[in-house]
Write a protein that binds this ligand. Structure first.
Ligand code: 3HC
Length: 298
């Protein structure tokens, strides 16, 4: 089995930077990539402040923070992927964007490089059709915030080899993740359950059945969720959730997966959640929740 020592992370956004932080904290080398050096450095700064927060809380020593940061380098191009045994792609949740990245990577990486998509819902088998060696292609689905959420959901494509599965399981274990393995179906295991629940919460709001806060408090205090579904989707990204629901609905067809009309309107209005400082709630520059969005104040 190929030993993975150095990982190339494509995408330095919320998921990609959290991924790179977790890989670095596990002692592996990681290259954090985005479309420009500046965007990659922005992801690195996010990691720096996250680790500084851990030090401030006494959860991590300065030395541990510095050691983790020393494992991370940034790249504004894909070239350094050639020096890595595993590429984890956390690019925009769109099959065309992702397949274009893989076609470029295939011109740079060797025949044994493993490609893993962090996709929330897109078929691993369909993504793998973009590469020369689909036996080396797999899904590694992490959960936000990646340094905190213990789960890693792995999905084999139709042609993924067992050697590839074992190699990425070993990485997941090194990252101290609890691993589940899903069949290659839209939404896999977790999002097939979670996203219709979030979609239903948005429908409940749209139909005036409950307020934003009552919907969230309903799940926080009735089901012990750490945060309600509307605050959660603000954190995930309302546009990300919309694309997941579109994939599940287009592939499974049943109306229960139809994206809520209010969900679509929010994406069209640019209300994509915490990253836009406005979703179901409003957020300040530090990402702290300020209030319910006045649009929904009732
Ligand atoms: N890096 C490192 N540690 C972090 C962190 C980060 N980015 N963010 C939070 N933490 C740590 C905090 O330091 C704290 O650790 P401590 O208890 O050791 O001090 C702990 O996590 C709790 O964080 P906070 O105290 O800041 O805040 P909360 O107690 O409100 O927890 C939360 C925040 C962890 C996000 C919690 O609300 C939660 O677990 N929410 C649910 C998240 C969830 O469901 N994620 C999955 C979404 S679905 C998904 O991602 C799939 C994809 O396909 C879309």
């Amino acid at each position: 089995m190929m030993e993975i020592k150095r990982i190339f992370v494509v995408g330095a956004g919320l998921m990609g930077s959290g991924l790179a932080q977790t890989v670095a904290q596990s002692g592996l080398e990681v290259v954090l990539n985005d479309v420009t050096e500046e965007a990659a450095q922005k992801g690195f700064s996010r990691i720096q402040s996250s680790l500084e927060g851990r030090v401030a809380k006494g959860k991590m020593s300065e030395e541990e923070k510095d050691a983790a940061l020393s494992h991370i380098s940034c790249a504004g191009t894909l070239e350094k992927a050639a020096t890595c045994q595993l590429v984890i792609e956390a690019a925009y949740e769109n099959i065309g964007v992702k397949q274009a990245v893989y076609k470029s990577l295939d011109e740079i990486c060797g025949p044994h490089t493993i490609y893993a998509s962090n996709t929330s819902s897109i078929s691993i088998t369909s993504l793998a059709s973009a590469v020369k060696h689909p036996e080396n292609f797999i899904g590694m689905h992490f959960f936000s915030p990646v340094p905190v959420m213990k789960l890693l959901e792995i999905t084999k494509g139709l042609r993924t080899s067992d050697e590839t599965l074992q190699a990425v399981k070993a990485v997941g274990e090194k990252m101290n993740k609890v691993i589940i393995v899903s069949k290659d179906m839209p939404g896999f295991i977790v999002n097939r359950m979670l996203d219709p629940m979030i979609n239903e919460a948005i429908e409940i709001l749209d139909q005036g059945i409950g307020s934003v806060e009552d919907i969230d408090n309903g799940m926080k205090y009735g089901c012990n969720h750490p945060m309600g579904p509307l605050e959660l989707v603000d954190m995930i990204g309302i546009d990300v959730h919309y694309s997941v629901m579109q994939v599940i609905h287009s592939e499974l067809g049943e109306s229960k997966y139809r994206p809520s009309p209010l969900l679509r309107k929010m994406v069209q209005a640019g209300l994509t959640g915490k990253k836009a400082k406005a979703g179901f709630y409003l957020y300040d520059d530090e990402g702290k929740k300020v209030s319910v969005n006045p649009i929904f104040a009732g």
